[in-house]
Design a protein around this ligand. Structure first.
Ligand SMILES: [Zn+2]
Length: 642
């Protein structure tokens, strides 16, 4: 089983190296194990849900019935199974494997003799490989990843054998590179899945298959931007098209780079990253500005193709119609996690953290029972015009159930994203109370605990429990937002540079009992956007640490609207812990301005000079916690009052 990728600067630790203690992510991990996954299992048995396990049993001839749910139902079921496997990886609860075994047995029975399995296609009697929107490769890709994780954490081969049989089928089908299949893979989890299978089996054919998937895209005429098939990735300069499809494609390509060192592919990914992150990403880490629209193609003389659920134009970041599908946001974090490990560059970890705390967590109710699909930055309450999959309140079941299982598996695997190792030593990417014990690349053992109430509190205390007898470097992430970090070792000041958006390097001979104290001061910050971002020009948003804050209408006095709240620069923002608010969180208070039309005009255009203005105390909550108190207005950006 491969644990190290040849062309990756940093390597993830073993699946059971890190265990959350309490703290922000530890509590969410427990919520995932105790609540999110058990309730999700029930949802996946309900016929009106978009993803259902029953399709496997019907396809296997075990029960009568017809296809339920979406064409991508299988893939969302596999994501649930992957999440369970990640939880097993650290809890080792036998009941988790016992619950998965009957599902795996039915999946095996539903698989066709040649290895094909995508039960909606099988049940509908559709001709295979005729329409890329049938999501055959999405379903198959998630099977490969779920089975690889299951094998990695349990050593059991029952799921793995299904994946191998399916991957062998795909190898025979795709390796001749049939032109008609060049652009297959909508939401292409298949490339990541093939690399995941390669990493657990060592079978080079699966890496060849993954590289083939990447190479084929854009290799034939007739491609479009929606599915990133117009321009081959190695030549691409822009992030365009469906933002989940794009994110999964970039993740798969990054996985191929990690194993092959393909420099042209890496250069393409870096160009796309610059375009996506510096001109198309929301302040929350969301990436799909467009519900329906057109691709941005100045290099083709502006010739655009139709896109939906897609990246927007450069600096075009509308708020009320921001689509920001949860899966696209998570794909953005997954892609940045891969780029981080390829390079060790903290600019990628900043995006990972931004997404996790904001546009991923915003998709789930605080109790872990209900979800949303889109993640807009402004909401007009019950008046809001709905886009497809939008709802006024969070839901338990939905026709398109991709996002809940994605959120669950990301929370379930997140302990794997806290650290990486390299030839230099141990890298700390995320802060959260946890304990790590691992063997580094040079064979030495290290153990340490992190104790922190991050992201509410700025203090991180790391205690060394075990260390090698020789020098070892610890690389501690200094977030890009933190310009006043302080670092001490055993009470003494460190001389390591603490540049925002970098890793502070502490190299010494460590001994058990050594204590590192990192302070990452979190003053509330007023953020403005690039002046080309016209929808938010002259607006400000409030951030504290990695968290984006928002104003919910329910926190305003009766009859007042978020639309009438303006933000002066001197709002006197202060953060304070409110234990009774939304399960306990850090709220931010300040004095804003309430401005209304003195003449009561509601006309589309009005002459200035009629406004009435008063002070207004406001309370802001973290964006991820919005929509937990009934239908209400919400906004992240407030117009700036000079
Ligand atoms: Zn989704």
């Amino acid at each position: 089983m491969k644990t190290k990728s040849k062309y990756q600067k940093l390597s993830p630790l073993d699946h059971d190296a890190v265990k959350w203690n309490d703290g922000f992510w530890g509590r969410l991990h427990r919520l995932c194990r105790e609540t999110i996954l058990p309730r999700m299992r029930e949802a996946l048995d309900e016929p009106e849900n978009g993803a259902v396990f029953s399709n496997f049993a019907v396809a296997a001839g075990r029960r009568e019935g017809e296809r339920k749910g979406t064409m991508w139902s299988d893939g969302d079921c596999y994501k649930y199974m992957e999440a369970c496997a990640h939880i097993y990886g650290i809890t080792k609860e036998q009941s988790i494997l016992d619950d998965l075994d009957p599902l795996i047995e039915v999946i095996a029975a539903a698989q066709e003799e040649d290895g094909y399995i995508s039960t909606p296609m099988q049940l509908d009697g559709k001709e295979y490989w005729t329409n890329h929107r049938d999501h055959e490769l999405y379903n198959m890709g998630h099977l490969l990843t779920a089975a690889a994780v299951h094998y990695r954490v349990s050593g059991k081969r029952n799921f793995l054998e299904i994946a191998i049989k399916q991957a062998d089928y795909l190898y025979d089908l795709f390796m001749p590179r049939p032109p008609a299949l060049a652009h297959f893979g909508f939401n292409p989890s298949n490339t990541m899945g093939a690399v995941d299978l390669y990493r657990v089996t060592g079978d080079e054919r699966y890496l060849e298959l993954a590289a083939c998937f990447v190479d084929m895209r854009g290799s034939q005429p007739g491609g479009g931007d929606q599915n990133q098939t117009r321009v081959p990735l190695r030549e691409e300069t822009r992030a365009v098209g469906h933002a989940v499809t794009a994110g999964y494609l970039y993740c798969g390509a990054a996985d191929v780079v990690a194993e092959t060192g393909d420099e042209a592919l890496m250069a393409g990914l870096q160009r796309i990253w610059e375009n996506a992150i510096h001109s198309k990403m929301y302040i929350t880490g969301g990436t799909s500005a467009q519900h329906h629209g057109a691709s941005e193609r100045p290099e083709f003389g502006g010739s655009a193709t139709d896109v939906h659920e897609a990246f927007g134009y450069e600096y075009s970041l509308p708020n009320a119609t921001a689509y920001n599908e949860t899966c696209a946001n998570i794909a953005n974090a997954m892609w940045n996690w891969r780029m981080l490990n390829l390079t060790g560059d903290a600019k990628y970890s900043d995006v990972v953290e931004l997404v996790l705390y904001n546009s991923m967590l915003s998709s789930m109710s605080l109790d872990g029972l209900r979800f949303c699909y889109t993640n807009p930055l402004r909401w007009y309450g019950a008046e809001h015009p709905l886009l497809s999959q939008d709802t006024y309140e969070r839901w338990r079941l939905l026709y398109c159930y991709c996002c809940p299982t994605n959120t669950a598996r990301t929370i379930a695997l997140l302990h794997n994203w806290v650290y990486s190792s390299s030839d230099q030593g141990l890298w700390v990417h995320l802060y959260g109370s946890s304990r790590v014990t691992t063997t580094l690349a040079d064979g030495s053992e290290i153990g340490l605990t992190q104790h922190t109430d991050y992201p509410w509190d700025d203090a991180v205390r790391i205690t060394i429990e075990a260390a090698p007898a020789h020098e070892l470097a610890l690389m501690l992430r200094i977030p890009g937002w933190c310009d006043a970090a302080d670092l001490r070792v055993n009470g003494g000041e460190s001389d390591a540079p603490l540049k925002p958006g970098s890793y502070a390097r502490l190299k010494r001979v460590w001994k058990a009992g050594d204590v590192i104290e990192l302070s990452l001061p979190m003053r509330p910050r007023l953020i403005k956007a690039h002046p080309k971002a016209e929808e938010i020009r002259n607006h400000v948003a409030v951030m504290r640490g990695p968290l984006v804050y928002c104003l919910e209408g329910i926190d305003l006095p009766d009859g007042l609207s978020i639309l009438d709240v303006y933000a002066p620069d001197d709002m006197g923002l202060t953060a304070s812990r409110e234990e009774d608010l939304l399960g306990g969180l850090m709220a931010i208070k300040g004095v804003a301005r309430h401005i209304t039309e003195g003449n009561g005009s509601t006309a589309l255009y009005r002459e200035t000079g009629q406004e009435r203005e008063t002070d207004l105390e406001i309370r802001l909550i973290p964006y991820f916690a919005w929509n937990n108190r009934g239908i209400s207005e919400m906004t992240v950006w407030l117009p700036r009052r000079y």
